[in-house]
Design a binder for this molecule. Structure first.
Ligand SMILES: NC(=O)c1ccc[n+]([C@@H]2O[C@H](COP(=O)([O-])OP(=O)(O)OC[C@H]3O[C@@H](n4cnc5c(N)ncnc54)[C@H](OP(=O)(O)O)[C@@H]3O)[C@@H](O)[C@H]2O)c1
Length: 220
């Protein structure tokens, strides 16, 4: 049997952090939840443990401690908070997988705050040069996690990164969360993935899709 991996979810109490934590609690993972407000992280850990007695989940009051213990770190925070988070965890995230889920949207949701030649994931990689940053979950809405199936089809989740082993590990994690993992390419592909989601967000707002839209590649 595969050894249990430990995952630190930073920003676990947010829309995405909670959705990811709940879905990964079904897998063979130890989950460490941290957030700005410790009581909220504790309440979430309790909620997960109650609905899934086999879940191995714990709230930790410090992202540094959680990241130190973790094999994989998920930065489930807004793009603007990533610099602060990276500074805190830098020393303990060496050689570890750090998942960037951020869409660096501007205030009006009609553009990205990142320069055209870069992406949130690449900026995080610059802040954490000794970690293996992998882009994942930015093309899935938090609402998709309860039932990652739309019109009878499993929603795709695109992944990008430079380290093959890390991509494999994150693909398994994405599959555990209920999505169909698709490796889209190396880390710079993150810019495309972030712009894809900007488009979906704009279409959501325009057409009132109820934030349950998702990506699906159909092939025969
Ligand atoms: N929502 C979606 O459907 C969706 C889909 C794909 C990707 N994303 C991306 O996922 C990320 C989170 O989005 P969200 O919608 O889940 O946001 P959210 O609901 O506002 O949650 C953000 C989380 O980050 C925590 N946080 C904020 N600043 C922090 C800091 N400086 N240090 C540590 N924790 C901090 C918050 O804690 P407190 O509440 O205690 O401050 C909260 O737990 C964003 O980068 C977003 O672009 C979102």
């Amino acid at each position: 049997m595969q050894t249990k991996q430990t995952i630190a979810v930073i920003g676990a109490t947010g829309n995405m952090g909670a959705a990811i934590s709940k879905s990964l609690a079904k897998g063979n993972y130890r989950l460490l939840l941290c957030a700005n407000q410790q009581e909220k992280a504790q309440a979430l850990a309790q909620e997960i443990a109650q609905s899934n007695p086999n879940a191995d989940v714990e709230a930790l009051d410090c992202s540094v401690n959680a990241s130190w213990e973790a094999d994989i770190i998920i930065a489930a925070v807004p793009y603007e908070a990533e610099k602060e988070v990276a500074q805190k965890i830098k020393e303990v995230a060496n050689q570890k997988i750090v998942i960037s889920i951020a869409n660096p949207l501007n205030q009006t949701y009609d553009g990205l705050v990142t320069a055209p030649e870069t992406s949130a994931a690449e900026e995080l990689q610059k802040l954490l040069p000794n970690s293996k940053v992998v882009k994942a979950f930015n093309t899935t809405f938090a609402a998709d996690f309860t039932t990652p199936v739309i019109d009878g089809k499993q929603v795709d989740a695109f992944i990008a990164g430079n380290d093959e082993e890390a991509l494999q590990t994150v693909s398994e994690l994405v599959q555990t969360a209920g999505f169909n993992p698709i490796v889209a390419g190396k880390l710079p592909v993150s810019g495309t993935l972030e712009r894809m989601q900007l488009l979906l967000i704009q279409l959501n707002l325009k057409n009132n899709y109820n934030w349950l839209a998702g990506w699906k590649i159909l092939h025969h």
